[in-house]
Design a protein around this ligand. Structure first.
Ligand code: AMP
Length: 481
C-alpha cells in the first residue's frame, strides 16, 4: 500500500505535499519523496528511506522550489525495500527532466509489459510499478502520441491498480485505472463556491484526511478511468474518461484508511460502525450483561467495536493500549519477529479485566499472529471469557492490487478449520463477518467493490489461480464457541 499527493500552482507546493503526505503517513512508512517543477521548467526531486518528517524536512522543502509538486509515501508490496523503489520517479525525455510520476497500486501485467519495454531498449532504474507506467507513457509519447493520448493508451493496456499523479512540462495530470481499485480525491485550497474551480490551487491525495492539514476543501473523487489535466490559466479539464465496472477495494474501508477519510462515496468511520452493528445483530446468542465489555484491538478496530457496542447496548472499553512508536509488525520477515512486535505494541490496562467477559474485536485475521498473542495477554490480565469477533470475512486469497496479503498457504483461514483457529487463538468463541453482509453494509453499492481476498472473485486472476468459479463455494459462518 502507498499514498500519493499532488499540488498544482500553489505557493510552497513542496511544503503542502509534505503536509499531505504526513497526514497519510499510515499508508506507507518505508520511504517517501517529492518532486517539484522549478520556475525554469526543470523538475527536481528528493526521496529517501524513512518517515515524511525526516526525509522531507524544511531544508528539502525549501530546495524543492516551485508551485507544482507531487509526492509519495511507500509501503512495499511489490519490489524490494530500497530507495531506488521510492517515488516520485523522474523520467528524462530528450528535452530534459520534464516528467515525474507517483502512483499507488500494483499492476498484474508488470512482468509482461516490462519485458516488452526492455526488448525495445528501455532501461529501468527500479522494479516499481510507477516507473513502468511513466516509461510506457514516455515511450508512446516519443513515438508520436501526444501526452494525453499516451496516458489513455497506457491506462487501457495496464491491468491492475493505479491512482497516479504525473507532472509533464507545466501541466499536472491525475488519472486512475478504469476499475478504481485504489482511492484518490481532489480538493481545492481556496475555492468555496459552486461549479468548477480554477486549476490553480488544486490538490490531490489518496485520502481526504490529507486535506484538512493544508486547509483544502474536498471537491470529489478522481473517477475510475478518468484523466484530469491541470494547466496554468486553463480551467480544470477531464480529458478522457473510460471507466469499467468499479472494483473499489473494500479493505480500504475495513482497515487501511484513516477513519476521517471517505472513499468511493462512503465515510470510513461510518462504514466501520455499520460493520460493528451488523456483527452485533448476528451475535444475539452472546448475552449482554454488566460483566460484558466490547473492546477493540486499537486503533484500526476502534470504530467497528464502537458500532458493535452501541448496537448491542454493551459497555465499550479500551482495555488494550497501543504504543504508536512501534513500526509495522505485519511485514516483519519472520514469525518470531512478528510475535515480538505484537508484544512491544500492546499492553493491557491494569485491573481492567478481572471478572469480565470480553468481546475482542479486530478488523481482520490474516496469519493469526496478533490475535493469538492478544488473547493470551487478555486472559493473563484476568478476563474470564474472550469472544473474538472479526470485522471482515475470512481472508482466503492474496491481494494482487496493492494490499500486502501473504501467500494463500500462510493465510490461517486456509490452513485450519474454524474450531481449530478458535483453539489456536485460545478464544472461547470466534466469528467473522460474512461476504453476504456487505450487501447490508454497503446497500446498493456492493457490486462496485472488490472482495477478492474474501471470495476469490478476482477480476484479473493470475493464471492457474483458484478463483470464485473454481474454488469451493463460500458459506456463511456461525460463531464457533
Ligand atoms: P495477523 O496478525 O497476521 O492475523 O494480521 C491481522 C492484523 O494485522 C490485524 O490486526 C490487522 O489490523 C492487521 N493487518 C491486516 N492486513 C494488513 C496489511 N495488509 N498490512 C498491515 N497490517 C494488516
Amino acid at each position: 500500500m502507498c499514498g500519493i499527493a499532488g499540488v498544482f500552482e500553489a505557493e510552497g507546493a513542496a511544503g503542502l505535499i509534505a503536509s499531505i503526505l504526513f497526514a497519510i503517513q499510515h499508508r506507507g512508512q518505508e520511504s517517501c519523496g517529492a518532486a517539484a517543477r522549478e520556475a525554469g521548467g526543470r523538475i527536481v526531486g528528493h526521496k529517501g528511506m524513512g518517515l515524511v518528517k525526516q526525509v522531507l524536512d524544511e531544508e528539502v522543502q525549501a530546495r524543492l522550489s516551485g508551485a507544482t509538486a507531487i509526492g509519495h509515501v511507500r509501503y512495499p508490496t511489490a519490489g524490494c525495500s530500497d530507495v531506488v523503489n521510492a517515488q516520485p520517479h523522474l523520467i528524462e525525455l530528450a528535452e530534459g527532466p520534464i516528467m515525474a510520476i507517483s502512483s499507488n497500486g500494483d499492476l498484474i501485467n508488470y512482468g509482461e509489459v516490462r519485458g516488452r519495454l526492455e526488448r525495445e531498449g528501455v532501461v529501468f532504474k527500479s522494479d516499481n510499478d510507477a516507473e513502468l507506467i511513466g516509461r510506457l507513457i514516455a515511450m508512446y509519447h516519443v513515438r508520436g502520441l501526444d501526452i494525453e493520448a499516451a496516458i489513455a493508451r497506457v491506462q487501457s493496456e495496464l491491468k491492475g491498480a493505479f491512482s497516479t499523479v504525473l507532472m509533464y512540462r507545466d501541466r499536472l495530470y491525475a488519472f486512475r485505472d478504469p476499475h478504481g481499485f485504489r482511492p484518490m480525491v481532489m480538493g481545492h485550497l481556496t475555492h468555496e463556491g459552486e461549479g468548477e474551480p480554477p486549476s490553480e490551487g488544486i490538490v490531490f491525495s489518496s485520502e481526504s484526511c490529507g486535506f484538512g492539514i493544508v486547509g483544502a476543501r474536498l471537491l470529489r473523487e478522481v473517477l475510475p478511468g478518468q484523466i484530469l489535466r491541470l494547466e496554468k490559466g486553463q480551467p480544470l479539464r477531464s480529458v478522457w474518461h473510460a471507466p469499467l465496472q468499479p472494483r473499489h477495494c473494500v479493505f480500504e474501508l475495513i482497515y487501511f484508511s484513516r477513519p476521517d477519510s471517505s472513499h468511493f462515496g462512503e465515510s470510513v468511520y461510518q462504514t466501520r460502525q455499520r460493520i460493528g452493528a451488523c456483527m452485533a445483530a448476528k451475535d444475539g446468542a452472546l448475552a449482554n450483561g454488566d460483566d460484558l465489555v466490547v473492546m477493540p484491538v486499537p486503533d484500526s478496530s476502534n470504530f467497528i467495536a464502537l458500532g458493535y457496542a452501541k448496537a448491542k447496548g454493551a459497555e465499550f472499553g479500551m482495555g488494550l493500549l497501543r504504543n504508536h512508536y512501534v513500526g509495522r509488525t505485519f511485514i516483519k520477515p519472520t514469525q518470531a519477529s512478528r510475535d515480538e512486535g505484537v508484544k512491544q505494541k500492546f499492553n493491557p490496562l491494569p485491573d481492567f479485566f478481572p471478572g469480565k467477559r470480553v468481546v475482542l474485536i479486530d478488523d481482520s485475521i490474516v496469519r493469526g499472529t496478533s490475535l493469538r498473542k492478544l488473547v493470551r495477554m487478555v486472559r493473563q490480565a484476568g478476563a474470564k471469557e474472550i469472544h473474538v469477533r472479526i470485522g471482515s470475512p475470512k481472508v482466503i486469497g492474496p491481494c494482487f492490487y496493492g494490499i500486502d496479503t501473504p501467500t494463500r498457504e500462510e493465510l490461517i483461514a486456509n490452513r485450519m478449520s474454524e474450531a481449530e483457529i478458535r483453539d489456536y487463538l485460545g478464544a472461547d468463541s470466534l466469528s467473522w463477518l460474512d461476504v453476504v453482509d456487505f450487501e447490508a453494509i454497503l446497500p446498493g453499492r456492493r457490486q462496485g467493490f472488490c472482495t477478492a481476498c474474501f471470495d476469490l472473485d478476482y477480476i484479473y486472476p493470475p493464471e492457474g489461480f483458484a478463483t470464485k468459479t473454481n474454488a469451493p463455494a463460500a458459506r456463511e459462518t456461525q460463531p464457533v464457541g
